[in-house]
Design a protein around this ligand. Structure first.
Ligand code: GRF
Length: 223
């Protein structure tokens, strides 16, 4: 069996070398609603980008579905309202999404960021915010859609994977791609080591993609 256990300089140099330009522009901040199911490190990256004036936005609210998650504690630390909508209390996905829409409207959200939201969303949410929902996915789409994307990449034996920020459409992980970053897969990688390397890039490109939206660099067909 042929295996590549010898990382070359070439492999290592593939860590996304792009230096992303600063895109901050004064004006009305983008009103964001963030949806998270777990750790919330991407929430944190967005909050930091706003605080350091790399992104002209305001986090109106965090919606989360699992009680006691770290994302909620992070929101509290940043003084951001956090609303628990526990999916276990809703019979159908559509009912949860209707509650999410109601909450986001209450908080006057314009753009939704799914930052580690681990539930499939329905047209109830997508149609209420058409072309206004951004997702971060831990692979270079269109490869490795769906759950366990990092494991899928390891199983496939790819040498490069990465992360993608894209708009959400009804088909899972298939909407317009906004920004991507490449990450090398190293011979000894486990899902955890690879995921943490991918997350370093996620924390760069998610605020970057939002900054592009904030300055109007990305226009949906509906604008
Ligand atoms: C990220 O890897 C994201 O790509 C995926 O879920 C993870 C969320 O991480 N959709 P965090 O909760 O933001 O730390």
């Amino acid at each position: 069996m042929i295996s590549n256990s010898d990382p070359t300089d070439l492999t290592l140099s593939l860590v996304s070398p792009i230096v992303l330009p600063s895109l901050f522009k004064e004006g009305t901040p983008l009103k964001l609603g963030i949806m998270a199911s777990g750790n919330g490190s991407n929430f944190e990256a967005i909050a930091e980008a706003i605080a350091s004036k790399q992104l002209n936005a305001r986090i109106q609210v965090l919606v989360y579905n699992n009680p006691g998650i770290k994302a909620a504690a992070r929101a509290e630390r940043w003084g951001v309202a956090a609303v628990l909508l526990n999916h276990r209390e809703y019979k159908r996905r559509e009912d949860l999404d209707a509650a999410i829409v109601e909450t986001l409207r209450q908080y006057e959200v314009e753009w939704i960021v799914m930052a580690g939201w681990m539930r499939i969303v329905t047209p109830v949410l997508i149609d209420a915010f058409p072309d206004r929902i951004v997702n971060i996915h831990p692979s270079l789409l269109p490869s490795f859609k769906g759950v366990r994307a990092v494991e899928q990449a390891l199983d496939a034996g790819v040498k490069i994977t990465g992360c993608t920020v894209h708009l959400v459409c009804p088909e899972v992980d298939s909407g317009l791609i906004l920004v991507q970053a490449a990450v090398p897969v190293l011979p000894d990688d486990t899902p955890e080591t690879l995921h943490s390397r991918i997350q370093v890039q996620e924390h760069r490109i998610l605020p970057q993609a939002l900054a592009q939206l904030a300055v109007g660099m990305v226009r949906s067909k509906r604008d």
